[in-house]
Write a protein that binds this ligand. Structure first.
Ligand SMILES: NC(=O)c1ccc[n+]([C@@H]2O[C@H](COP(=O)([O-])OP(=O)(O)OC[C@H]3O[C@@H](n4cnc5c(N)ncnc54)[C@H](OP(=O)(O)O)[C@@H]3O)[C@@H](O)[C@H]2O)c1
Length: 310
């Protein structure tokens, strides 16, 4: 496994990260097996959020920690707050000071832990007041409940607005990226052209994060579209799958590992979050750190997903 130094605490966090968004139907022994499989491979970073299963996923993780004394201290634990889901399903975003503090406390209680290594503001609240956000982040950091803060799905303008007014350093921005989900790169390649790929949808957020030395965490690294399904084995992506299989054979790994190596090849401090519920796939994923794709291979994968370079 490869590791990055995360945030001001310089925590050792694995480049492959286990996402726990899909564990709400799993038992405590099953989730324990998933995490133990990750730790066996050197993967120590876990990603969860208060909104996953409306708190159920954090509760299950808390039960896993309670059943396995010492486990919490072996992992780099990250959660997220800021998305609110009402009982009727209505979803909205809330970066008010009151909500951030309440939500962090509630999440810590569900997981049965006194702190997280990292906490992210999950999706931008356009109504956020940066000074108020800053007070919440600083309070929770001073209390030792959140060791490092980060954000998710923020564009450069919102990130800059927070950075100027929030008195804590933001360690990461978690963004969607996979071989089959590349709007950020499409805009960069087609700059100033008159085709739709030239539309810059994110304001150059990858470049902006790299410039700042922020960690970029890629979410849904196996999906195409917005949770439309895994591209691996999908008939919608024959050329991509053929290319991943060819390179998997070359490097002695599986296509999943090649797809993750593609994400990790971006020249920033990268982490790739995987959402599998299967220990065997966790073991496959770990191999992504055993090799590095060449530049040409990276471009071949990008084009085999249906992208055209100008
Ligand atoms: N910040 C955000 O806004 C945000 C949004 C979404 C997700 N996330 C984070 O990112 C994590 C990962 O997201 P995700 O769950 O969408 O990840 P993902 O790894 O892209 O997708 C996981 C799904 O793909 C399937 N899958 C994985 N590997 C496969 C393979 N080799 N072949 C076929 N199917 C495969 C899994 O099934 P099996 O379980 O059967 O393997 C699972 O249903 C989440 O857990 C969460 O922590 C963050």
């Amino acid at each position: 496994m490869r590791y990055i130094e995360f945030g001001e605490q310089k925590a050792k966090a694995s480049e492959v990260m286990i996402g726990l968004m899909r564990i709400k139907e799993m038992s405590v022994p099953e989730v324990t097996e998933l995490i133990e499989a990750a730790l066996d491979e050197g993967i120590n970073a876990l990603d969860i959020a208060d909104v996953y299963g409306r708190g159920t996923c954090e509760t299950i993780l808390g039960e896993v920690f309670a059943a396995n004394p010492g486990l919490r201290d072996r992992v780099f634990l990250q959660s997220k707050v800021g998305i609110r889901k009402e009982p009727d399903g209505f979803t909205w975003y809330d970066f008010s000071k009151e909500h951030i503090i309440e939500a962090v406390d509630a999440g810590l209680a569900r997981m049965g832990v006194d702190h997280v290594d990292s906490m992210l503001l999950h999706r931008p609240d356009v109504l956020m007041e940066p000074d108020e956000v800053g007070e919440a982040l600083e309070t929770l950091k001073d209390q030792g409940k959140v060791l490092d803060w980060g954000v998710s799905n923020l564009n450069p303008a919102m990130l800059g607005r927070l950075e100027r007014r929030v008195p804590v350093k933001l360690a990461t921005n978690q963004m969607q990226l996979s071989c089959a989900f590349t709007p950020a790169f499409n805009g960069a390649f087609n700059v100033n052209m008159e085709n739709d790929a030239a539309i810059m949808r994110d304001g150059g957020i990858f470049e902006c994060c790299e410039d700042r030395g922020m960690v970029i965490q890629a979410w849904s690294t196996m999906q195409y579209g917005y949770f439309e399904g895994a591209f691996l084995g999908s008939p919608k992506y024959p050329e991509l799958n053929a290319k991943l299989e060819e390179l998997a054979e070359k490097y002695g790994v599986t296509p999943m590992a090649v797809a993750l190596a593609w994400v990790l090849r971006y020249p920033a401090k990268m982490q790739a979050v995987i959402g599998t519920t299967k220990p065997s796939r966790v073991r496959e994923a770990a191999r992504a750190c055993d090799f590095e794709l060449t530049r040409k291979e990276w471009y071949e994968i990008y084009c085999s997903a249906g992208n055209v370079l100008p």
